[in-house]
Design a protein around this ligand. Structure first.
Ligand code: SF4
Ligand code: F3S
Ligand code: FES
Length: 243
């Protein structure tokens, strides 16, 4: 057993401050355990969102010592507890209170993505490699840590014009589905803003599901957009035949 100080953001969208809470910690604790202990012993009104405590609901995202992470999957023995451990809400989204942020922007932006549209009367067979390719994207738990860390969203308060890595992953899961016949390339090029992604890969680094967001979702989608709109040979034939 040892003593650790947690420096936690307390406040709302109008502002706030970091407050220190010192607790006795046990071996094997995660940051979310510490937050619960602080709620139980010192700050019953400390707001934080969580549900599963197993890294699967995506609710408990926060910035621990500046790193976007799931609090329930961050063991105290993996971080430096010799000095105060800072815990802040995700920076990209508005704070509701303390560690709880308002992530509804993501659900609004999601409406830009046309839903799964299967080919009518198809007798196609799904091959295992097709299943594997989209299965990776289906592992997403919607924690929005990738949205939080992406500089394109982080630096633009309005967040118009770019749907962000999470929604590019969702678009990839639909575009790469062999039974889907919808075309989402126009959305990706325009209101989806895929051109704003400059492949920094910060999203991939923080994904708790280890989805290869940049390499397997974003880059292949970028290639499809380039093929569709910027390929000089295709463009020549389109001008020639007027399509
Ligand atoms: Fe979270 Fe990964 Fe899904 Fe992004 S892609 S929301 S980081 S699980
Ligand atoms: Fe943002 Fe990921 Fe691209 S962090 S810039 S979406 S590679
Ligand atoms: Fe569900 Fe952390 S509480 S992911």
């Amino acid at each position: 057993m040892s003593t650790v100080t947690f420096r936690i953001f307390r406040g709302d969208r109008n502002g706030g401050e970091l407050k220190d809470y010192t607790i006795e910690v046990q071996e094997g604790m995660v940051v979310l355990d510490a937050i619960h202990q602080i709620q139980a012993e010192q700050a019953p009104d400390l707001a934080c969102r969580w549900n599963c405590k197993a890294g699967k609901c995506g609710s408990c995202g926060a910035e621990v010592n500046g790193k976007p992470t799931l609090m329930c999957m961050t063991r105290l023995d993996t971080i430096d507890t010799s000095k105060p451990v800072t815990v802040r809400p995700m920076k990209t989204f508005p704070v509701i209170r303390d560690l709880a942020t308002d992530v509804k922007w993501n659900y609004e932006a999601n409406k830009k993505i046309k839903p799964f549209t299967p080919a009518p009367n198809t007798d196609w067979i799904m091959f295992q490699e097709d299943v594997d390719r989209v299965q990776e994207f289906r592992k997403c738990i919607e924690c929005f840590l990738c949205q939080n860390v992406c500089h394109v969203l982080r630096e633009h308060d309005e967040k118009t014009g770019f749907i962000g890595p999470r929604l590019l992953v969702r678009t990839a899961s639909l575009e790469m589905h062999p039974l889907d016949v919808e075309n989402r390339l126009d959305m990706l090029k325009n209101e989806g803003g895929i051109g704003y992604c400059n492949i920094t890969k910060c999203c991939t680094e923080v994904c708790p599901e280890h989805i290869h967001i940049t390499d397997n979702a974003i880059i292949p989608l970028k290639e499809r957009v380039v093929d569709e709109y910027y390929d000089p040979i295709l463009g020549f034939f389109r001008r020639l035949f007027g399509s």
